[in-house]
Every structure is written in structure tokens, then in C-alpha cells.
Design a protein around this ligand. Sequence first.
Ligand SMILES: *Cc1c(COP(=O)(O)O)cnc(C)c1O
Length: 396
Amino acid sequence: MPGFEIFGDEERKEVNDVLETGVLFRYGFDAARKEHWKARSFETELAARLGVKHAHLCASGTAALSTALAACGIGAGDEVIVPPFTFVATIESVLMAGAVPVFAEVDDTLCLSPEAVAAALTPNTRAVVPVHMCGAMARIDELKTLCDRKGLVLLEDACQSVGASYQGKALGSFGKAGCFSFDPVKTITCGEGGAVVTDDAAVYAATHAFADHGHDHIGSDRGAEDHLMVGSNFRISELNAAVGLAQLRKLDWILETQRRNKAAIKTAMQAIDGVTFRALPDPEGDSATFLTFFMPDLDKARQAAAALGTAGVDGCFHWFDNNWHYIRKWEHFHTLKAAARLAVQALPNCPDFSDVRLPQSDGLIGRAISMQIKLGWNADQLAQRIEATVEALKGI
Ligand SMILES: *Cc1c(COP(=O)(O)O)cnc(C)c1O
């Protein structure tokens, strides 16, 4: 997830275009902006790169998720099936919509299990939000088939997986809408930013309206000033969009570099007894931001994480013991500790989030370790890392 590694002259040039005009905003000021439309250009190039009809930038990936849920008609009391392994923002956006997160197990892809989703359906289920974690894919074709058959909204959280694909089709483009994040640690960054993509013209219209107080954006500027709907302000700034535009143009090089670095490490690790790897439904489409592997059990995973730390192999995550990405440690969420009462708490069937049982996910996440793949490693650093990794893990 290395966008932060490569802030360079290209990003500075795009930002300077904006600074020279002083038009720091994505809408309006047509004459003053001297043809610079950074957010708009980013959207056009992102849609083309992902093979979707529409892309709309937002202030963050979380804002994109909130916007996409609303644009897909998900709201008060609707049940939304989510995985327990994700960044907590996925769950927050469901709660902020007034909807009910319903957890289903992950499988060996570390993403939502299609069988577990089928088992979690109720008459109130409206949407399924698979999260393509750590740069690679869920069993997205099976999830899509299930959603189509049951008439459910498929909304992909592809925040961590821009540029990844399944059978040549971009992650984020399978469902009614897909969301991306361009925050400081993602594959490409805007500083802060996110995007909703969709092929559905009505969802797109609702997306950009919702993210800007219901403005219609027809014609020039913000359109006829009609109020299409109640929305919010999830707009991106032109400055942030400018950074992302330069980063997007480096995406293919980023993917190539990550894939090469990951392959070198993975090949060497294949020889280590007891180490197995995360299932990838389409290895070719992996964006390779992380190398995720399994140890034989929780104890050995903890030993492995410690040994990698001692050996100086940085950027390794044992998610089971990490605060932000697995439900086990979300104490604030278990008790719905919030600044103000949440809509879900007013529901007669508000789930008991302190008692969500996911033994299959506990087992898998307990054994999983992800190693971040960086762009900046030179050949020596990569060789050293491989040697240190094999050395640290082989005795466990
Ligand atoms: C980063 C992330 C988000 C939220 O994105 P922000 O831009 O940080 O708001 C949502 N879901 C997942 C899976 C993420 O990794």
C-alpha cells in the first residue's frame, strides 16, 4: 500500500496547476481555473482504467462507502452482510446509514465466504458488502451470483485493492457500486480521498448528488440548484484530487513492482515447512500490496510475528492481535460506544455485538500474517528481507 512512497515531481506538478489558479474547489469558477479540472480528470481516467462507466471522487473511502450505501438505497433498519475482517470503516458506514451490520464468516481468501453469506440471509437482508482485503479478491463471482439470485445489492469495498482484478475484470466493478480509498496508506493516495464507481446511471446520479447536499450538477457548475435529495458534504478538494491524478498515472508501474517483489518473497517462503498461503481465486489479478500467509496455529503465528519483528522484517501484521482490522479487538463496537445514540440501538432487534461468534474467522485470522510489499526496496534490501524472513520462520 505504498502511495506515500512515491510522492514526486508529477504530484507536485498537478498540485501546482491548482495552486497557480487558486481554484482549490472541484465545482465552479470555470473561467478562473484555466481548464484545470483535476477531480473531473481523475474520475474520467479512473473509470477508463477500471472499465466502468462512472466514477465519483469523495473526501475519503469512508465517505465513499456512506455515499454508495445511500445511492444504492440502503438505509434505516436494512440488514447489510459484512465480514469481520476489514478496516472498521466498513462497519461504521453501515451504522451511519442507520442500517444493521450482520457478520458472516470469511473463508481462506480472508474475504466473505459465499456459503456463510447464504446462511446469514434473512427477510431483512438488503445488501452484501464484501471487502477485498489486502490487495486481493473475495470469491466475487460466487457472491455476485448469489446476490443476483436473491435480489440483493452487491456493494464492493475495494478500498485496499485498486488495480486488482478477477478474470480480467476490475475489483469494484462487479456489484451495483464499488468503493475505493486513497488515504495515506493505500496503493495510491490523494492525501485523503475515495471514490465510488458504478455502471448504473441512476446510482451515479444519486452518488454525486448525495455527496454534495443533493445538488444536481447538470450543465455547468452545480446545475439548476434543485434539491434532488437530502445529502451531505463528502466532496473532495481539488488539491487532493490533483495528487491522486498523478498517482493514478503510476498505478501500472506500482502493480508491476509490487508483483515482482511479492513473487520473489513468496517463492523463497514456499520452502518453509508449515507455511501456507492465502487462497487467491485469480492470482493474476492480485494487486500484491501484501503477501499473506498462514502458520499452522495461533501460537505459531504469534511466535512468527514476534520472530519477524526481532529479525527486523518490518511491515508485518498479525491481524488477530491488531486493534483495527478484526472484530475481536473492537471493544468500542462490541458495546456500541458512540458519541450519541445510534439508529441501530432504537431497533427492537438490535444485535448483541458483544457476542458475535465467528469460529471459522477466528481460526483463519488467528493463523494469518500479512507482510506489506513496498516499492522502494532495492535488490539488496529485498534479498536481505528474504533471508531474514526464511531464517525467522523456519524453526517455528
Ligand atoms: C482504508 C479503508 C477504508 C476507509 O477509507 P478512508 O479513506 O481511510 O476513509 C474502508 N474500508 C477498507 C477496507 C479500508 O482499508
